[in-house]
Structure formats: C-alpha cells, structure tokens
Design a protein around this ligand. Structure first.
Ligand code: FMN
Length: 326
C-alpha cells in the first residue's frame, strides 16, 4: 500500500488530499520549518500548532510566527482552541483572512491549563457546546471545518461515538481521532478499535491517530480501522524520514547531518535570533544516542551561533568511537 502517493486519496470538503500520512499538530514543534520538512518526505497536509483564539483577540507577540505558512504547504489548516464559541468564531474569521485551506478545531488537548478551563479535551464534557461551535464555524466560514478529538474525558466517559456523530451532523468535513481519553494524556496504548467504530458510523473522512511509529504501523492502523488517513506525532520528532517509510536509525551520518543543517537553517530563517534556542528541542530528538553526557549536552545547548553549532554537531556525530547509527 502506498501511503504517500500523488493520486487523490480522500477529500476534505472540496479539497483533494494526495496522500494518507499527516504530520500531527504539535505545539512547539509543528511550526513552519518542521512542516516544510515533513512535507518534503510525504506528509500530505500541513496543520498549524494549536492557536489560542484569546491570543488572536489580544494580538499575542508569538502569533505571527505561529500563523505564518508557505504557499507550498497547501493544503494548509489553522488549528484553533478555546472554550468560548463566540471568541472561536471571531478568531477563525480573523485567520480566514490569511486564506488557509481549512480550519481545524482542537478538542483533544489534555494539558491542565487548556482542558481544565473547558478548551481542548475539556470540550468533550459538553457535547452540545461541541455542536454549537462546529455549526457556527461551518455557517460563517467558507472553508471546510474539521475537528480533532480524543475518546472522552476519562474511562467512565468515553463519548467518542456521540461527539463524532454530533461533529458530522454539525457540518464538519473530517475528524481526527486520537485514540486515548484525556486522563491518559500520552500514556497507555492508543485504542485503535475506537477509531474503527467512529469510521463505521461516519461518512466524512476519519483520520486515525495514536502510537503510529512507522509506516508499517500506519498500514496496520488503516487495515484495522478503515480510517482514511493516519496522523503521526511523536514518532516524527527528529525523524521526518518516517513519512517516506524509513527511520532516523536507518539514515547515514551524512543524511542525518544534512537534515539537521537544513532544519536548523529554516529555524533561524523563521525565528531569527531565537531560532537556535528553539531548535534545541529538535536536536534532543535528532541527536538521540549522541548527547551521551551532561557536559556534551550543556555545550551543544550553550552555542548561539548557527555555523558554530552545526560544526560542533558534525564533530560530535563524526566521532569515530560513536556507533554508526546511534
Ligand atoms: C509536544 C506535543 C504537542 C502537541 N500539541 C498538539 C496541538 O497543538 N494540537 C493537537 O491537536 N494535538 C497536539 N498534540 C497531540 C498530537 O497531535 C497527537 O494527537 C498525539 O501526540 C498522539 O499521536 P502520537 O502517538 O503519534 O504522538 C501534541 C502532542 C505533543 C507530544
């Protein structure tokens, strides 16, 4: 099965999607540089990090780097989150002015400061509100609206069949299902059977998500659940090759360094001065197995110049006593 082919695999409203693997939205990670790289390897859609519609209203200073996207990323979606339906509509209308292909609503974030105020996965506690939010965005925006959910708030409130039905009936064009409940955060195993249940009751495309760590996993998820596409999150960190079916561990040192150089450079271009600092979290993933002592880590993380950082990384990776593919 080819999961990153060029024929239309499915559609989000009128938008044809040419592939089945999607980089998951990840706050602090799935920014323009990471999305551009994932797209080179076969991720078929770009979705922004989640955007707080309070920040849109107040004009948060970080907003501009969060909302910038490249024309080459189309289809591109903004993902929004909040607990207030009016503010969400206002924020979505504001983002619409920047001409995204569609808008996704986050109903899955488990972080305490988001979910406990009723945003993200907090919305799963109020299915009627979910319906109101989706209906209002569908009514007032001329681009497709999609939603990303979890299975429920906790193991006693697994309401994914109810919420996904409401989401479809309210006019959403697709749904992504992270197959965990909120209380699980990211622990335990994702329950793929729930994705199959959602798929069996909906007509809109269903995107499966949770614990996909390889192309083989993605194929298994699709075979087991019948989902239309697969979203990959954590396994893509420091590992964009996953979208083309290989893994970081399979790359040569030359390819690893090429990728680090290119990602670092995109980060500096996008974020300018703070690009290097913001790249450190990616380095933790790219250099797994190489940052073997606290001293090495401290040294790498203290460098503030792009070429000096890259040169130091080259020296580290090319040390003869380190494993070929650590
Ligand atoms: C660091 C991090 C940030 C995340 N931020 C978002 C986000 O902004 N929006 C969202 O819908 N999900 C977010 N998620 C959840 C992922 O999109 C995905 O649902 C989750 O990681 C499960 O998929 P995985 O097992 O492939 O990682 C985030 C996850 C991580 C690890």
């Amino acid at each position: 099965m080819s999961l990153n082919h060029t024929a239309t695999a499915f559609s989000i409203g009128p938008i044809p999607i040419h592939g089945k693997l999607i980089l998951a939205p990840m706050d602090g990670y799935s920014d323009l540089p990471m999305r551009l790289i994932a797209r080179q390897f076969g991720s078929c859609i770009s979705i922004s990090e989640f955007i707080n519609t309070i920040d849109i209203k107040q004009g948060h200073p970080h907003l501009i780097s969060q909302i910038t996207f490249s024309e080459t990323e189309r289809p591109f979606a903004y993902q929004i989150f909040d607990d207030n339906p009016e503010r969400m509509l206002e924020g979505a209308l504001k983002l619409r002015e920047r001409n995204p292909d569609y808008i996704d609503i986050n109903m899955g974030c488990s972080a305490r400061n988001v979910a406990n105020r009723g945003a993200g996965a907090g919305l799963l506690k109020d299915p009627l509100k979910i319906g109101r939010i989706v209906e209002s965005l569908v009514k007032h925006l001329d681009v497709p609206i999609t939603v990303k959910i979890r299975l429920g708030w906790d193991v006693t409130t697994l309401n994914y069949l109810e919420t996904s039905r409401i989401i479809e009936e309210s006019g959403a064009s697709a749904i992504a299902v992270h197959a965990r409940h909120r209380k699980q955060q990211f622990s335990g195993s994702a329950w793929w059977d729930a994705i199959a249940e959602v798929k069996s009751q909906l007509s809109i495309p269903v995107i499966g998500n949770g614990d996909v760590k390889s192309l083989a996993d993605a194929e298994r998820m699709m075979a087991l659940t019948g989902c239309d596409a697969v979203m990959i999150g954590r396994a893509a960190l420091g590992n964009p090759w996953i979208f083309s079916g290989s893994q970081r561990e399979e790359q040569t040192k030359t390819e690893l360094l090429r990728m680090i150089e290119s990602h670092l450079h995109l980060n500096v271009e996008h974020y300018q001065k703070i690009g290097i600092v913001l790249f450190r979290k990616h380095l933790t993933h790219y250099l797994r197995g190489y940052l073997t002592t606290p001293q090495i880590r401290r040294h790498i993380y203290s460098i503030e110049n792009e070429s000096e950082l890259y040169e130091t990384i080259c020296n580290l990776v090319n040390q003869p006593d380190l494993m070929e593919n650590a």
